[in-house]
Every structure is written in structure tokens, then in C-alpha cells.
Ligand binder design. Structure first.
Ligand code: ADP
Ligand code: MG
Length: 408
């Protein structure tokens, strides 16, 4: 293929997974009303599986003979896709399995990926059932694109793969606290934000990252404590980074490992039981971050969010510049000291994706390839794709175009 249109046949045999508990509990009814007939008219056949419990979908895609289907579609929120992505990456044949085209139908209360895909299509912003219909049409058209995934490592849990976000502080707390408002649908995040604003607090910790662009100059970088005590110089940093940029779209074939550029990017010899590519940008969590990383001077935050798609919720455009496969982690953090009123203004601006151009001095936005976060307080919440994960030190690196998704 010339690379312009690799997909000759559109996917026509779907596995459709529905989480009956997602959103207001109407996912199955919404599917029947809005999507079923569309798929029939598009000559798409499907196996319908209603999930019975958490991790049902994850186990199913981990064990199933995937050759029966051309796509795995979820009708739920982001949580069910998180299960599917991780189930695929837990397979022995993960490298082939993660090529399975995925599809999203917004049936949950947090439908960030569905909203992102609709946004990338350039269509006018919609929500609720209109977003569902738009996503249904995209499935019928069947245009398959690549999508970035991020690998997320914690101190003692198995590595996870994430398609949307890593959050700590205000955003993570709202995400989890607002689950009790799931019955109001997508408005749960607005309600949660207002409630959390009343008990606004500071989150202490250490943040470091590998910038995506060498020439990038940000306030935090200017204050960065990075020094090249190992004798390396800016030109070795340069070559390291251009190698990272070059291999971004060829991760499955080339290595990003600066120690040995010809070593395969993943190995079977690794003592680690988790499957998937080797995180060549990361060093173990008990070692300091590499010298060429940027260490953020501030240690008092209101929120830290690393997002790889545009939306954080149907009406929250956290990273308006993000694209499906830009190979970039859009890191946004808010420093402590921001007033409640300014934070509220920020979230209101985020509904249009305008929060990054408000020149609020407490907000920092930087494009990165990898990051590490080390919270200081012994208790707290970290979320990955809106799901709670192990609390404690966490680090992540992006894999450009590792997955595939049906998008418009
Ligand atoms: P929402 O956007 O409403 O939160 P999600 O798709 O995120 O919807 O699902 C919420 C949670 O429910 C996720 O953690 C998911 O793993 C879990 N889940 C999936 N299927 C079921 C089920 N049948 N019963 C209960 N929980 C489920
Ligand atoms: Mg959810």
C-alpha cells in the first residue's frame, strides 16, 4: 500500500460489548434505538455481549479467538475501552491483537474518546444521543486510523496501557467523586467540579518529564534543575531526541533505546511478566529520572493531567491541539496558589478548549514523550483513563500509533 489508504475493506464483523451499568444505565436501550438499524443497513453483522461484571470484557478479549471479528466496539464510557485495550495487551499475541480496530459508542457518563473522535472529524460539537449517532455513522463508514497508547508503570502493580489520560489532584478527585452522580450523565463532571472547588486543596509531589521538542522553552524548563553532570552535552541530548522523534511511527520495528539502537524494542527475555513493548524512555522508579529530563521546580500543585486525546469528558476539551496519533503526551498542570475563582474560570474555558490561551500564570502546558510523578502524601487518588490505579509514584511513556480505531 502507498500508505495513503491502507484499509481496503471496511470492518464488517463486530464484537459489540455493552456495559449495562454505564452512564444512566441505558446503554443497551440506546444501542437498540439508535445504532442497531444503522449497522444493519451498512451490512455489518455483530456479536452482542452484555458485560456481567467489571473485567468481564477484559477477560473476554484476552482469551477470545479474535479472527472471528474485524473490530471490537464498546458501547459504554471510557472505562470499558480501558478494559479492552488492556485485555488485548495482556495476550501473548499482543502485537497482532492490538492491531484490532476498536470502535467507540458513547453509552457512559465519561465518553471522552468518543467526543475526541467526533471533534477530530471537524463536525460541529454535539453531545448525548447526537454524539452517539455521529459515532454510529463513523462505525458504518469504517475508516480505520492509528491511535497512540501510553504505557503506565507503578511501584507494585502490573504495567497498564492507557489511551486517554493520567490524572492526579483536582481532576482525579473529581473523576472519582463524581461517579456517584453518574445518573445525571455527562453533567457529572460539572457537578463534581463545583463540589470539589468548595474543598480546594494543594497536592504535594514531584513532577518530571521528557520534553517532546528540544527547542521548547517553557517557564518550568527555564527554572529546571537539570544539569549534565555525567559529562553528556546538549548535542547528545539532541541526537537522543531526534532518534525518539524518528522512531515514533516505527516503534514496532526500531528501537528508541539510546543504549543500543539496533536492539528490538521489546524482548521476550525480560524478567517482567507484563507483555508489550519495552519502555525504552523510562528508568526504574527507584532510580532518579535521566539527566536530560526536565524536573519541575514547583512541588505544590492543584492538578496534574497528562492527556493524549483532546477531550477529558464530552464537554471538557483539555488538549485542543491533540490528535489521535500525534505521539505526544499533552501535560497540563496547575500550580498551587490559584484562586477558586480563577480555577473555576479555567474549567469554564475548558468547555471550549480556551483555557490554555487565558494566560493564567498558574497553568503550564508542555508537550512531552514521557513523565514521572511522585506524590508525597501517603494517601490520594491517581486515575488512568478515569479508572483508579495504585496510588504512589507513577511514570509513563507514549507509543505513537500503537492501537487502531475506527474514526471519521
Ligand atoms: P461510565 O462512563 O458511566 O463510568 P464506564 O465504561 O467507564 O462507564 O464503566 C464504568 C465502570 O464499570 C468501569 O470501571 C468498567 O470496568 C465497569 N464495568 C464494566 N462492565 C460492568 C458491569 N457489567 N457491571 C459493573 N461494572 C462494569
Ligand atoms: Mg468511567
Amino acid at each position: 500500500s502507498g500508505g495513503v489508504c491502507a484499509e481496503v475493506r471496511r470492518p464488517r464483523r463486530f464484537l459489540v460489548l455493552i456495559n449495562p451499568q454505564s452512564g444512566k444505565g441505558q446503554a443497551q436501550a440506546l444501542f437498540n434505538t439508535h445504532v442497531q438499524h444503522m449497522l444493519q443497513e451498512a451490512d455489518i453483522t455483530y456479536t452482542l455481549q452484555i458485560t456481567e461484571r467489571q473485567n468481564h470484557a477484559r477477560e473476554l478479549v484476552r482469551e477470545a479467538d479474535l479472527s472471528q471479528w474485524d473490530a471490537v466496539v464498546i458501547m459504554s464510557g471510557d472505562g470499558l475501552l480501558f478494559e479492552v485495550v488492556n485485555g488485548l495487551m495482556e495476550r501473548e499475541d499482543w502485537e497482532k491483537a492490538i492491531q484490532m480496530p476498536l470502535g467507540v459508542l458513547p453509552g457512559g457518563s465519561g465518553n471522552a474518546l468518543a467526543a475526541s473522535i467526533h471533534y477530530y472529524s471537524g463536525s460541529q460539537s454535539v453531545s448525548g444521543e447526537e454524539l452517539l449517532v455521529s459515532c454510529g455513522f463513523m462505525l458504518c463508514k469504517g475508516l480505520v486510523s492509528h491511535m497512540d497508547l501510553t504505557s503506565v508503570c507503578m511501584a507494585s502493580s502490573p504495567r497498564l496501557f492507557s489511551f486517554l489520560s493520567l490524572a492526579w489532584g483536582f481532576v482525579a478527585d473529581v473523576d472519582i467523586e463524581s461517579e456517584k452522580y453518574r445518573h445525571v450523565g455527562a453533567a457529572r463532571f460539572t457537578m463534581g467540579t463545583l463540589v470539589r472547588l468548595a474543598s480546594l486543596r494543594v497536592y504535594k509531589g514531584k513532577l518530571a518529564y521528557l520534553p517532546a521538542e528540544e527547542s521548547q522553552s517553557t517557564p518550568s524548563q527555564a527554572q529546571s534543575t537539570v544539569s549534565f553532570t555525567d559529562g553528556s552535552n546538549s548535542s547528545s541530548v539532541h541526537s537522543h531526541m531526534s532518534r525518539n522523534l524518528n522512531c515514533q511511527n516505527h516503534l514496532l520495528h526500531n528501537s528508541c533505546n539510546s543504549n543500543n539502537a539496533h536492539k528490538p524494542n521489546w524482548t521476550g527475555e525480560s524478567p517482567v511478566t507484563t507483555r508489550g513493548p519495552t519502555d525504552s524512555l523510562l528508568v526504574p522508579l527507584d532510580q532518579p529520572v535521566p539527566a536530560h529530563w526536565t524536573v519541575v521546580k514547583e512541588e505544590d500543585f492543584v492538578l496534574v493531567m497528562a492527556v493524549y486525546q483532546s477531550h477529558l469528558a464530552e464537554d471538557l476539551i483539555a488538549a485542543p491541539a491533540s490528535r489521535l496519533k500525534d505521539g505526544i503526551i499533552h501535560l497540563i498542570y496547575v500550580k498551587a496558589g490559584i484562586s477558586r475563582r480563577a480555577l473555576l474560570r479555567l474549567f469554564l474555558a475548558m468547555e471550549k478548549g480556551a483555557h490554555l490561551s487565558t494566560n493564567c500564570p498558574f497553568v503550564v502546558y508542555v508537550k512531552v514523550r514521557a513523565l514521572r510523578l511522585e506524590p508525597f502524601s501517603p494517601k490520594g487518588t491517581i486515575t488512568v483513563d478515569g479508572e483508579v490505579v495504585e496510588y504512589g509514584p507513577v511514570q509513563a511513556q507514549i507509543y505513537g500509533s500503537l492501537a487502531r480505531i475506527i474514526a471519521g
